[in-house]
Write a protein that binds this ligand. Structure first.
Ligand SMILES: [Zn+2]
Length: 207
């Protein structure tokens, strides 16, 4: 279906896609993810209005720095200041082209290469794979690199002042999710220092 038809179709069904002011749903989940369609952040909330979404290639969180102009930093700061926010999620995935580029397994444009530098994860990704120059890597090794890249972005996120404040008063949860090739979702367990299957009852960002 052409985009214009699809949009007008949605507009005709205003009950699901638009609301009167009185019914306004406030975002509860700041969800930062890669652009991969199958990540579908909507599956974690009971109403799309509960999501405040930020998507970019490689699910990169720039380290917080108030001195530089960055749409991503500004948008994350804005999201963290939302009054009803309960969860902050950073989500990565298996088969990520950005991670393949970090490993030198995929050629990307100069702009994408420079953007990947912002994520500051090339070294940890390569270490996770034990990568030798010019060597090929299998999908399990790429997944290890993608998880290491994701944890680097989680660490950047933890350095945002709004997040520290929200967590210290117990009002905000921070989690890293990883979508596997098999279609399962894992969550990072700081206690075990590894990714574990996301339980049915912990999905839950905002239910
Ligand atoms: Zn990706």
């Amino acid at each position: 279906m052409p985009v214009s038809r699809s949009l007008s179709h949605k507009a005709q069904h205003g009950q699901s896609y638009g609301r009167r002011k009185a019914d306004k749903v406030l975002p509860k989940v700041l969800f930062i993810s890669c652009t991969e369609a199958r990540l579908a952040p909507q599956r974690f909330v009971s109403d799309p209005g509960q999501l405040f979404e930020i998507r970019n290639i490689g699910n990169i969180v720039p380290p917080h720095n108030p001195r530089i102009i960055s749409g991503d930093i500004a948008t994350i700061e804005y999201g963290l200041a939302l009054s009803n926010l309960k969860d902050v999620v950073i989500s990565g995935h298996s088969g990520c082209g950005a991670v393949a580029a970090l490993l030198g397994q995929e050629t990307v444009s100069a702009s994408v290469r420079r953007w990947l530098v912002v994520g500051n994860s090339r070294t940890v990704s390569r270490e996770a794979v034990g990568l030798q120059a010019g060597a090929s890597v299998d999908s399990a090794a790429r997944d290890r690199a993608a998880r290491a890249h994701l944890l680097a972005q989680l660490a950047h996120l933890a350095g945002y002042p709004g997040l520290e404040a929200g967590r210290s008063n117990g009002g905000l949860r921070l989690r890293a999710l990883f979508d596997t090739e098999a279609g399962t979702t894992e969550v990072y367990s700081p206690r075990e220092d590894r990714f574990v299957p996301l339980g049915r009852h912990s999905t839950a960002a905002a239910r």
